[in-house]
Design a protein. Structure first.
Length: 309
C-alpha cells in the first residue's frame, strides 16, 4: 500500500515538474517574443522590452524631445545640462559626462536615448552590459529632427501624437521658408569659439537651418571635422556677410580686438554681427522652429538689416 502511494506521489511530482518546465519554456518563449529589436542611427542593434515605459536622455536636445512626446511620468531622469522645459526641475539629475552609471542603474530606465558625439561607444557598451539599452540618434538636416521625433514616438508608444506634432512643426517651417523666397541669401559664418576660431561647418544642421531662414553657410567646403578651426586668412577669403557669435558690441571688444584684420569683412563693415540664443542654435530639438525663426528675423528683419548694440 505504501509502495503504491509512493509511486503515485512520484508520478504527481513528475507531472508537476513537467508542467513547471513547460511553463518556464512558454514564459521564456513569450519573453523572447515580446522583445523589440531596433536599429539606431549608427546602425547598432538595440534590444529592449516591447513596451518600454521608463526613459532617460543623455543629451539636452533629446530630453526636450522626450518631454515633447512622452508622458512626464515616463521620463525618470534628466542630465545636469537640461534646462528646458520647466518640468526638468522636478526630475532626478544624472551626470552625462562623466556618465553616472550608479545613478542611472538606480533609476532603472528601460531605454536611454543619446546622440552621436555625446555618449562614447565605451560608455554605451557598459550600459548595455548593465542591461540598459542605448539608442543613438544623428541629425544632418532639419527634417532629420522631425523624423527623430516620430521615431521616439514609435519607440515610446506615442506614435500618433508624435506624427501630429512633427507635421505641425513641418508646416511652420514651410511657412518660414516661403517668407524668404525671392530674397537675397547672405553668407553666414557662425563662430563657436574665439581662440582658436572654431565655426559651424557645412556638414552641420546649421546649414539647413540657414537655408530655410533665407541664407547660406559662408563655409562652402566640407571639412572632416563638423566644427573646423579656421585661420584669419581663410575667413578673410570667405568674407561673410553676417557673423553669428555675439552682439556687435561684445564681439567688437573681444573677437575683433583679438583679430582686428577681420574688421575688413562685410559682416563687420555693415555691423551685421549678431548674438543668437545658444540653446536654440546648438540643440536639434522640437524648438527647431524657434531656432529657424530667430535666424530668419536676424537675417531678413522686416525693417532691413540692423545691428545689435
Amino acid at each position: 500500500m505504501k509502495k503504491y502511494n509512493f509511486s503515485n506521489t512520484a508520478c504527481i511530482y513528475l507531472v508537476i515538474s513537467a508542467i513547471l518546465c513547460a511553463c518556464d519554456t512558454a514564459s521564456s518563449g513569450k519573453k523572447h517574443e515580446s522583445e523589440m529589436v531596433l536599429s539606431d542611427d549608427l546602425g547598432r542593434e538595440v534590444r529592449l522590452p516591447s513596451s518600454p515605459r521608463r526613459f532617460i536622455a543623455l543629451a539636452p536636445s533629446l530630453t526636450e524631445m522626450l518631454f515633447f512626446v512622452c508622458d512626464t511620468s515616463e521620463i525618470v531622469g534628466v542630465t545636469q545640462n537640461d534646462n528646458y522645459p520647466a518640468a526638468v526641475r522636478n526630475k532626478p539629475v544624472v551626470s552625462n559626462y562623466p556618465v553616472d552609471f550608479e545613478q542611472i542603474l538606480m533609476l532603472k530606465p528601460d531605454l536611454i536615448f543619446t546622440k552621436d558625439g555625446m555618449t562614447s561607444p565605451e560608455d554605451a557598451a557598459r550600459l548595455q552590459q548593465m542591461g540598459i539599452p542605448v539608442f543613438y540618434q544623428t541629425y544632418e538636416t532639419v527634417e532629420d529632427v522631425l523624423e527623430s521625433i516620430v521615431q521616439i514616438g514609435k519607440i515610446t508608444g506615442h506614435a500618433e501624437q508624435a506624427v501630429n506634432q512633427a507635421d505641425s512643426l513641418r508646416r511652420l517651417l514651410v511657412d518660414i521658408e516661403k517668407q524668404t523666397q525671392g530674397l537675397s541669401r547672405p553668407r553666414v559664418l557662425a563662430i563657436t569659439w574665439h581662440d582658436p576660431i572654431y565655426v559651424y561647418g557645412k556638414n552641420t544642421i546649421l546649414t539647413d537651418k540657414l537655408r530655410i531662414a533665407g541664407a547660406a553657410n559662408a563655409l562652402d567646403s566640407v571639412f572632416q571635422a563638423p566644427f573646423p578651426a579656421l585661420s584669419r586668412e581663410y575667413i578673410l577669403q570667405l568674407n561673410p556677410d553676417i557673423i553669428l557669435g555675439g552682439s556687435f558690441g561684445k564681439m567688437d571688444s573681444t573677437f575683433f580686438r583679438l583679430y582686428p584684420e577681420l574688421k575688413k569683412t562685410n559682416a563687420y563693415r555693415h555691423r551685421r554681427v549678431y548674438e543668437v540664443t545658444d540653446d536654440l542654435n546648438s540643440r536639434p530639438s522640437p524648438r527647431i522652429v524657434e531656432a529657424v525663426r530667430e535666424l530668419k528675423e536676424l537675417i531678413h528683419p522686416p525693417t532691413g538689416p540692423t545691428s545689435q548694440p
